[in-house]
Design a protein around this ligand. Structure first.
Ligand code: HAM
Length: 437
């Protein structure tokens, strides 16, 4: 046995599971298309500084989890460049928005992406080092309505539609507002003050967070710390009038559209670019890693990256987790075991290589004809005996088509349907229509 294995935290995705991945991706593309989103594909690696500036130096992602390397200089005059496998896609999309001057169109940009992301996290169920996200971003000049709370509500409504169309039941939308950066600074001060007398009783991480970045205390999962965290001030009390009005408008629109949500005061999210609306959709069936997707507004990100003012909102769905949820619900059993339309069984004589080659060639020609007519076909091998052909066909196809010398000469083929057990003689010219029925 080879000792070469997929690297820890990465995995191979094999059929039939990949059929489920494809179905999810196709549904996402179809839903995004109906909301007038177009696809963007950004590089899988970017300059490290993009994530340091965009996602934030202090975050877990940038400080601990990135795959970063020094890329050798090509010429003596060049300096080596620090590059990083993207840990998320929002920073790359905003970089592309700035680089291609998309803001100059004056229009709202609605972009979606599907692709791998990389984080050096401790692998466990639903958490991988290479994982896949389906995400979307809406951004543009404020004059195009990019700042409007309607955009937040529309994105959340679209997500609820996507999850419903995929057949995911039992999701919960957690909603919060982290306000403007000034609101957050005020809240951090309030938290720091409230933590002062109690932090000694908290876990070591929280004691450090209380000093460096008090907001992160709200992410703490240590059970003993929870009663203390419950008594801390809520960010809603630090929001200014504009942020409050924005959040209230999002909620009014969600209520009008009938999208259910729950207010979660502790949802501050682990990336630094968020402003105002933040959200996560969780699912009970996922265990510890229960966030199906997360997102929020990032009104200052473009400017943080040296671009024009371009408020925006977006989300990323963990595709791996969506697949786990659907598998657990067994919604996709039927799709996963789907069989091909027919198995062509050329019948040859293994002791007669010339005749065998002729039957295999005739099998390939017939398969080509049927595949071009839109049918899914598995092609057997002429040296198989009839019994072996039937066994192989029964596993993969709905019907078997026997192609022996007699059939080839007469142009009348024998087709057996595995579910009805019926055997039928079909002229070659009518075969495609017969198999399609
Ligand atoms: P995030 O919350 O870091 O946000 O990731 C979004 C989703 O990706 C998570 O809810 C989870 O489902 C999935 N995910 C994250 N890490 C892993 C992992 N190690 N293994 C498996 N799945 C994972 C973002 O990435 C933001 N860029 C979302 C966004 C877009 N905000 C605004 N626009």
């Amino acid at each position: 046995m080879s000792t070469l294995k997929a690297v820890r935290g990465t995995r191979d995705l094999l059929p039939p599971e990949t059929a489920l991945w494809n179905r999810i991706e196709a549904t996402a593309r179809s839903v995004f298309g109906r909301y007038n989103f177009g696809e963007i594909r950004t590089p899988i690696f970017e300059a490290t500084s993009l994530f340091a500036r965009g996602v934030g130096e202090e975050t877990d992602i940038v400080s601990k989890e990135m795959y970063t390397w020094e890329d050798r200089a090509r010429a003596q005059s060049e300096k080596p460049q620090s590059l990083t496998l993207r840990p998320e896609n929002t920073a790359g999309v905003v970089r592309a928005y700035i680089e291609h001057k998309l803001g100059e169109t004056g229009q709202l940009q609605k972009l979606y992406y599907i692709g791998p992301q990389f984080r050096r996290e401790r692998p466990q169920k639903g958490r991988y080092r290479q994982f896949f996200q389906v995400g979307a971003e809406v951004m543009g000049p404020a004059s195009a309505g990019a700042e409007s709370p309607l955009r937040d509500a529309e994105v959340l409504e679209m997500l609820s539609t996507l999850l419903d169309e995929l057949g995911i039941t039992g999701w919960t939308l957690h909603l919060n507002s982290v306000g403007s950066s000034a609101d957050r600074a005020r809240y951090n001060d309030a938290l720091r003050e409230a933590l002062q007398p109690v932090k000694e009783k908290m876990c070591a991480d929280c004691q450090r967070r209380a000093e460096v970045n008090p907001l992160r205390v709200l992410d703490c999962k240590v059970p003993e710390d929870q009663p203390i965290i419950e008594t801390l001030p809520k960010i809603a009390d630090s929001l200014d009038e504009e942020s409050k009005a924005h959040f209230a408008a999002v909620i009014t629109a969600l209520d009008a559209a009938g999208v259910p949500y729950t207010r979660n005061h502790r949802l501050v999210r682990g990336l630094d670019y968020y402003t105002r609306t933040t959200f996560e959709f969780t699912h009970g069936g996922l265990g510890a890693q229960n966030a199906l997707l997360g997102g929020g507004r990032y009104d200052g990100l473009s400017e943080m990256l040296g671009g024009p003012r371009a408020p925006g909102i977006g989300f990323a769905i963990g595709l791996d987790r969506l697949v786990l949820t659907l598998q657990a619900q067994e919604v996709d059993k039927a799709a996963v075991v789907e069989k091909v339309d027919a198995y062509i069984a050329p019948m040859g004589d293994a002791r007669n290589p010339e005749q065998l080659a002729a039957m295999n060639a005739a099998g390939l020609a017939l398969a080509r004809e049927l595949r071009r007519a839109g049918l899914s076909i598995e092609l057997g091998e002429g040296s198989f005996r009839l019994k072996k052909s039937f066994e192989a066909a029964d596993k993969t196809a709905r019907r078997i088509v026997i192609l022996g010398e007699d059939e080839l000469r007469s142009g009348i083929l024998t087709v057996k349907d595995f579910s009805s057990g019926e055997q039928t003689k079909v002229p070659r010219a009518e075969l495609a229509a017969f198999l399609a029925s």
